[in-house]
Design a protein around this ligand. Structure first.
Ligand SMILES: Nc1ncnc2c1ncn2[C@@H]1O[C@H](COP(=O)(O)OP(=O)(O)OP(=O)(O)O)[C@@H](O)[C@H]1O
Length: 265
């Protein structure tokens, strides 16, 4: 019998509350996930479900949480630096140093990761080329469009060759060609044994690239499995339909009609 590889991400009873004045607002209510290496995990859910909160906790950006998390065998509470060295985080939006050029910014990121100069420069050249950004390597970031900035963020999350890549709505602002490139990159990274934790609203991309889909709603996991498993269980046909059925957000055309009525009256 094939032995199961040890989990690269282990989340046990994860709970998180934000303080709202005097009241605690619990947004993660007991999340349990074990993730094997080389998988692409699609982490989906409605607005406010707790996706970004989960990703930020896993990347060590929100240290105040309940439960136990180990990543690559390191305890997130006591060994966050060991984890941060080995993961990449690609958020939807992040402040880039606007006065720098992509080359300068990426050199800075590479140095923070302790990479050798030659290695940094070689990776920068290859990745900028791949994302069709080489011509802009020495222009200032403050002149960049949303999609161009997003490409630089993606490169900065990959440059140090992390074992796990956390992505929070990474395709935001990218054109169709760039989306295809990112999809291909993710598939190949997973083939090379990297683990990808991918949080997104873009259902057809999640459906196509994910080995496993985890759907959260209101801080709880409501579905967890491959698209084929989830689809055969609920007979829905598409991830979008499954999403709306399980998160109770159906009746869209009626809602749209009501919104139009607001303008008409
Ligand atoms: N810094 C914060 N302080 C207080 N409440 C917060 C904070 N960040 C998030 N929340 C609340 O936590 C809940 C989950 O937010 P989160 O950003 O994790 O959701 P999400 O699933 O990523 O949503 P979206 O799809 O809209 O990005 C929401 O109710 C949100 O209002």
């Amino acid at each position: 019998m094939l032995e199961k590889s040890p989990a690269v991400i282990s989340i046990q009873n994860l709970e998180k509350s934000y303080q709202n004045g005097r009241q605690a607002n619990k947004v993660l209510k007991g999340i349990n996930i074990e993730i094997q290496p080389g998988q692409i995990i699609g982490y989906i859910g409605p607005n406010g479900a707790g996706k970004s909160t989960t990703v930020k906790i896993l990347c060590g950006l929100l240290p105040d949480f309940e439960g136990d998390i180990t990543i690559l065998g390191y305890d997130l509470r006591t060994q966050p630096i060991e984890i941060k060295k080995r993961i990449g985080y690609i958020p939807e939006n992040a402040a880039l140093y606007d006065t720098l050029t992509p080359r300068e910014y990426l050199q800075f990121v590479g140095e923070l990761h302790g990479m050798a100069h030659d290695d940094i420069n070689q990776k920068i050249g290859k990745l900028l080329n791949l994302f069709e950004m080489k011509a802009h390597a020495d222009e200032r970031l403050n002149s960049f469009s949303k999609g161009m900035r997003q490409k630089i963020l993606i490169i900065s999350g990959l440059i140090h060759n992390p074992a796990i890549i956390f992505m929070d709505e990474p395709l935001s602002g990218l054109d169709a060609n760039s989306v295809i490139i990112v999809k291909e990159i993710l598939t190949q990274l997973a083939r090379d044994g990297k683990t990808i934790f991918y949080s997104s609203h873009i259902m057809d991309v999640v459906e196509k690239i994910s080995d496993r889909i985890i759907l959260i709603d209101n801080g709880n996991i409501v579905a967890d499995g491959s698209f084929a498993d989830l689809n055969s269980k609920d007979h829905t046909g598409s991830l979008e339909k499954l999403f709306t059925e399980l998160t109770g957000t159906s009746g869209h055309s009626k809602k749209a009609e009501e919104i139009i009525h607001v303008f008409e009256n």
